[in-house]
Design a protein around this ligand. Structure first.
Ligand SMILES: Cc1cc2nc3c(=O)[nH]c(=O)nc-3n(C[C@H](O)[C@H](O)[C@H](O)COP(=O)(O)OP(=O)(O)OC[C@H]3O[C@@H](n4cnc5c(N)ncnc54)[C@H](O)[C@@H]3O)c2cc1C
Length: 355
């Protein structure tokens, strides 16, 4: 391929970074534009860090299959970022669960997902069943280091603190938009069809647990519940909560962010956030996981989750690689594990288009 071709990848999250590396293998010049001061400052650096294998998706067989298929390749490629020595549990609530204990076991059997039924002291009697599972968590800081090294080795130019606009992109032969929550900003400037999304402004509290809690990842399924996972290789934990993590939701083309949350968005761990739902996380979480009442609050992270609209029923999370015009692809992320496959798909389109 002509080495003079110039490809711009907008967005330095996991999807933009892996796509840039894959496209650079075609022998063209690749530049990543990232408006933050480093890679993975937005959703890719602020999430639950679960490399999904499918256990989370008893209501969407497609998402289970996509996660299961993508997971081994991601885990192998970014192996140093995988957090070892964690025991993973999925518990089904005995009340208000969208999937009963029996249905969940049937789902795991049908999906051929390993499980062992166990009894663990850290859950209350509100849990109907607990399964030990086999999954991975990743360390976002190690993943950022690995991507930075790979981008350097692939000769990708990294332009941080640079907001990509139509005028900045006009000299490029191909543009990949991997900007997740902000994708319509650029799509609109380029006069291409926008996609409506559901935007959720989310809080991720970071806590320290008593030593006796152990290195445990525990998800209470399947409905308005919660989870707790080790935070990378540190001795801290990150909390998730289907209800309380969400500060606001809107459907449309762009996220609406309140003035109170805006200054804290995509800025890592905020030690004394001006607004927090941490007390609600603990109040509801300790009903299922009593040791949560001993959690020490370290701070919270804030970011925007972006999902396709009207998927609440199935909770499905497809990843989409859409060619919006001959020279523009929009990469929309479902689950992180699918980024390697989506990057290869994107590179194939670039290769076909510029051949
Ligand atoms: C609370 C929460 C929990 C989640 N938990 C999980 C989980 O456990 N497992 C999982 O697989 N997935 C999870 N997800 C989903 C996952 O985090 C996202 O799907 C994924 O990180 C999106 O990656 P991305 O690279 O597309 O977007 P991002 O990481 O958001 O990257 C997009 C980048 O584009 C940059 N940008 C935007 N516009 C411009 C512009 N014009 N110029 C330059 N730069 C620009 C932004 O600054 C940003 O860094 C979670 C998401 C959230 C929010």
């Amino acid at each position: 391929m002509n080495a003079q071709y110039k490809v711009a990848v907008v967005g330095g999250g996991i999807f933009g970074a892996t796509a840039a590396i894959e496209i650079a293998k075609l022998g063209v010049k690749v530049t990543i534009f990232e408006r933050e001061c480093d890679l993975m400052h937005a959703a890719s650096g602020i999430n639950q860090y679960r490399l999904h294998r499918g256990y989370h998706y008893p209501r969407s067989f497609e998402t289970m299959l996509a996660s299961k298929k993508a997971e081994p390749e991601f885990a192998k490629r970014f192996s140093p970022a995988m957090v070892k020595d964690v025991t993973h549990y999925y518990s089904i609530s005995s009340e208000n669960s969208k999937v009963s204990a029996d249905e969940y076991i049937k789902f795991c059997d049908a999906a051929d997902l390993y499980y062992k039924q166990v009894s663990i002291p850290i859950v209350s009697s509100k849990v109907a069943i607990t399964l030990e599972a086999q999954e991975h968590l990743f360390d976002p800081n190690v993943l950022r280091q690995l991507l930075t090294q790979e981008l350097h080795d692939a000769n990708v130019t990294l332009q941080l603190q640079t907001n990509a606009t139509k005028s900045l992109l006009k000299n490029f032969d191909f543009v990949v938009i991997a900007t997740y929550a902000s994708s319509n900003e650029l799509v609109k400037q380029l006069d291409l069809p926008m996609q409506a999304y559901q935007f959720e402004v989310c809080e991720k509290p970071i806590v320290r647990m008593p030593k006796s809690f152990g290195k445990v990842s525990l998800v209470i399924m399947d409905g308005p519940f919660m989870c707790i996972d080790p935070y990378g290789h540190s001795d801290l934990y990150v909390l998730g909560n289907v209800v309380h993590a969400i500060h606001s939701v809107n459907d449309g083309f762009d996220p609406q962010i309140s003035p109170e949350v805006a200054p804290m968005l995509n800025h890592g761990i905020i030690k004394n956030p001006t607004t927090t739902k941490f007390p609600d996380f603990i109040e509801s979480g300790k009903q299922f996981i009593p040791p949560l009442s001993e959690a020490e609050f370290i701070g919270s992270m804030f970011t925007v989750r972006t999902v396709l609209p009207k998927r609440d029923l199935t909770d499905e999370r497809p990843t989409e690689v859409v060619q919006l015009s001959p020279n523009v692809v929009r990469l929309f992320s479902g689950k992180i594990g699918t980024s390697v496959h989506a990057a290869k798909n994107t590179a194939e389109i670039v290769s076909r288009q510029l051949a």
